[in-house]
Structure formats: structure tokens, C-alpha cells
Design a protein around this ligand. Structure first.
Ligand SMILES: [Zn+2]
Length: 196
């Protein structure tokens, strides 16, 4: 049983608080700068079931690994699946982009640079198509807002009203694949699948 009072609190410039399992398997509370510790401890105490479940799941999946062949297959699938989705949603959002790349990333499912280079994780091919679209829309909306402001989410919801339920799927299942990839110790790879 985890002792709630020993969970480290990481204070950041953020608006919400929540529990997180770090990459090395530690439970932490991420919290805004000004919020009473008692509130955070009470919150954690209400979620001990979740914590136990996450830790148990994590212990299970570190032994689970991808083979190099499986990884290759995910890259191949991504190369044909992702570019048309990006093109379709970019048109809907009326945004441009300069490059689409696929990588096997261990920390995130997508990213977007200021110059419009979009990178997607090949692990998306293990997620439902609605979730792939949700990441595509998220990254493309960074072409409108280079932040995670209310305005940014407003842009997302305009074209994808059920964005949050799709993202919840990833929040629930996404870490499993990231950890599995990390445990696989495969070399990092990037392929450019579309270029202006
Ligand atoms: Zn983002």
C-alpha cells in the first residue's frame, strides 16, 4: 500500500493538479504553485486505487517488448496512414505545414515545430483511428496557436467536438505503448513521409 504522505509534490506553473507516474515508475503529484498541500494529499488519498492499478500495470509491461520487425511494420503503416489524415484535417482547419515525419518516440505521440514540421509517433498505429485523428488535429492546431491555451482548445473543438473523449483513450492506454517501446531498447528512427 502506498503512503500518501510520502508522494513528492512537483509544483509548476500550471492550472490543474493531478497524479502522474514518472518514467522511472515513481508516483508524483503535479500541482500549481499555490495550492494547499492538504488538498493535494486528500486528492491522492481518493485515488489510491488508481495509483495501485497504474503501478501494477507498469510492473507488468516493462517485460513486454516490441521486436524490430514489429517496429518496422508500424513505420510502414504510419507512412501510408498518417499523411492523408494530415492533409484532410489541414484543409478543414485551413492551415499549412512543411513536413510530416514519423518517429518511434518514448515520450509523446506528436509534436509540431514553429516552422510547421509535424512529427507523429509510429505507435499511433496501435491506437483506434479516432485517436490518430485527435493527435493529428492537436498538432495541426499548433499552426494556429503555438501553446495549450484556451484559444488553442477552442480551435480543436471547433472541428472535433468530442476531442476530449478521444484524448482520454490515449491518456488511459497511451502510456502502456510508450513504456513498452522504452523497454524494447530499439534504436531511434525518423522517416520523412511528406515534404512540401
Ligand atoms: Zn500540444
Amino acid at each position: 500500500m502506498i503512503d500518501i504522505n510520502t508522494i513528492p509534490i512537483i509544483r509548476e506553473r500550471r492550472r490543474t493538479y493531478g497524479l502522474k507516474i514518472t518514467d522511472d515508475g515513481q508516483v508524483v503529484i503535479k500541482a500549481p504553485l499555490k495550492i494547499a498541500e492538504r488538498t493535494l494529499r486528500e486528492f491522492a488519498a481518493k485515488h489510491t486505487d488508481w495509483i495501485e492499478k497504474q503501478l501494477a500495470a507498469r510492473a507488468k509491461f516493462v517485460t513486454d517488448k516490441f521486436t524490430a520487425e514489429e517496429m518496422e511494420n508500424l513505420f510502414r503503416l504510419s507512412a501510408t496512414d498518417i499523411p492523408p489524415r494530415v492533409a484532410m484535417w489541414a484543409e478543414k482547419l485551413a492551415v499549412t505545414y512543411s513536413k510530416v515525419a514519423i518517429r518511434n518516440m518514448v515520450h509523446n505521440y506528436g509534436s509540431c515545430t514553429a516552422k510547421g514540421k509535424l512529427t507523429f509517433n509510429c505507435l499511433l498505429m496501435l491506437c483506434p483511428p479516432e485517436v490518430v485523428d485527435c493527435i493529428v488535429v492537436h498538432e495541426l492546431c499548433h499552426r494556429l496557436q503555438m501553446n495549450h491555451s484556451e484559444k488553442f482548445y477552442h480551435e480543436i473543438l471547433r472541428v472535433m467536438p468530442n476531442y476530449y473523449s478521444r484524448r482520454d483513450w490515449l491518456r488511459e492506454h497511451g502510456d502502456y505503448y510508450l513504456h513498452k517501446l522504452k523497454a524494447s531498447n530499439l534504436s531511434q528512427k525518423q522517416i520523412v513521409v511528406w515534404e512540401k
